[in-house]
Design a protein around this ligand. Structure first.
Ligand code: ASP
Length: 432
């Protein structure tokens, strides 16, 4: 039966959640939704986050120890970073082309502009502070921070995923070098642990439709509050802007990822999307690449047929540094704000957007709303007033859902490409 398939169940959960949220906003039982439904969505996301660090650690150690030569790790690392960078630059270029052609900023009525700036002016300060902290950093700080001084401290925070990746690789190499009986015992232990954690991810996924239902219901209540009409009006006022972001995101997925997949795979494109659909849907409902990581890893390994040593290496790095959807959105948002404020951007400024949005997406964490903090950096680089963010804040959550979906799709497409280049693909399970 079609409805027994996980992705259909998640879609049903998502739609029912939306309907529930709307009814709850109209009929006035928002408090009930926030008190008794939202917590289940929160628990669901927390469960995913809970399993992320153990999963990355264990599966990457298991992956590294299954490699015959550790030199292939650095080769894989080089390819991964290069492809991630290329797709990000392409995403920004598509975003810039779309926003320059559609010109959504010019369509924004003067009265709406003033109203938006008035409504959101107080919400900008904290984002500026977040961006200021990031700008104080030195160029190689990111490299220094990959090496933790205490592994337990890194494992205690999901934001430190690259440190966990580093330790897992180190541990894996150590086990290979020790070899013999001790090495073999440890490989078996990590393999066994890996199986257990994958089972736990399966268990969490069984409740995904309910989790997604709760998340969507709570989201609508949070967004619409008691004034559904106002929220709808906001969406309409910023309709062209939202549409530009959406069109560019779709073009990026169809053009860049689909071509990449076609070049490197004999599988049907339809099967690619079918395989990662649950991860895309979760990305959409949680707005977090990090929280979705366990599911992305599972789907990419099992349903796309990417070997564990590639998936467990490429995906956690991707969830941290590869955000094509975010960088594309930043390009559109920056130009939209400039257009709305009556500023014409030069070619040099648009090139600066390519550079800063690439860096900004690398620096953005895989959590909800990270992209808009980094947008401050882009705006400052092209000398567009940061206060302009007020214009787009109202619809950011919705666009966040869409760009996160693209971020996740990008990670999956790149991990498949790297696996194909390295000859590390196995028979995918297309049934599930
Ligand atoms: N929410 C996005 C992610 O997790 C980041 C962002 O664009 O805000 O991938």
């Amino acid at each position: 039966m079609w409805y027994k398939k996980l992705h259909w169940q998640i879609i049903i959960g998502l739609i029912l959640g939306l309907i529930w949220g709307l009814i709850s906003a109209v009929a006035g039982f928002n408090e009930f939704t926030l008190d008794f439904i939202k917590p289940f969505g929160t628990i669901f996301i927390t469960l995913l986050k809970l399993i992320a660090v153990p999963l990355v650690l264990v599966s990457l150690v298991a992956g590294v120890t299954s490699l015959n030569d550790t030199a292939s790790l650095s080769r894989m690392g080089g390819k991964t970073v290069l492809i991630y960078l290329c797709t990000t630059v392409l995403a920004i270029t598509i975003g810039l082309a779309a926003v320059n052609l559609i010109k959504p900023g010019k369509a924004l009525p003067e009265a709406t502009k003033i109203e938006l700036q008035e409504t959101y002016k107080d919400n900008i300060g904290e984002r500026e502070e977040g961006a200021a902290k990031i700008q104080e950093r030195r160029p190689l700080d990111f490299l220094v921070e990959i090496v933790p001084e205490n592994f337990f401290a890194s494992a205690s925070k999901n934001a430190n995923m690259l440190q966990v990746v580093f330790v897992a690789i180190l541990l894996g190499i150590g086990i290979i070098k020790v070899g013999g009986k001790a090495g073999e015992t440890l490989v078996n232990v990590f393999d066994a642990f890996n199986d257990v954690i994958i089972k736990i991810v399966d268990l969490i996924m069984e409740v995904a439709p309910y989790g997604v239902f709760a998340l969507m219901a709570a989201l609508i209540v949070d967004l619409a509050g008691d004034d559904l009409a106002k929220a709808w009006g906001l969406l309409q006022a910023l309709g062209w802007y939202c549409l530009t972001v959406l069109i560019a995101l779709i073009i990026h997925v169809l053009l860049v990822y689909s071509s990449m997949f076609k070049i490197f795979s004999k599988m049907k494109l339809k099967d690619f999307f079918k395989a990662i659909q649950p991860a895309m849907l979760l990305g959409f409902s949680t707005s977090s690449s990090s929280a979705t990581l366990p599911v992305t890893m599972e789907r990419v390994e099992k349903n796309l047929g990417v070997d564990e040593e590639v998936a467990s290496f490429v995906l956690p790095i991707g969830a941290t540094i590869n955000m094509d959807g975010t960088s594309l959105y930043q390009a559109v948002a920056a130009v939209f704000i400039a257009q709305a404020l009556g500023m014409d951007l030069t070619i040099a400024q648009q090139l600066t957007i390519v550079l800063t949005a690439t860096l900004a997406s690398i620096g953005a964490a895989g959590v909800p709303g990270a992209g808009i903090v980094m947008l401050v950096v882009v705006l400052q680089a092209i000398q567009v007033p940061v206060a302009g963010i007020a214009l787009i804040l109202g619809v950011d959550r919705i666009l966040d859902m869409c760009r996160t979906t693209v971020n996740i799709t990008g990670d999956a497409a790149v991990s498949y490409t790297v696996a194909s280049l390295e000859g590390k693909l196995h028979e995918p399970d297309l049934e599930d």
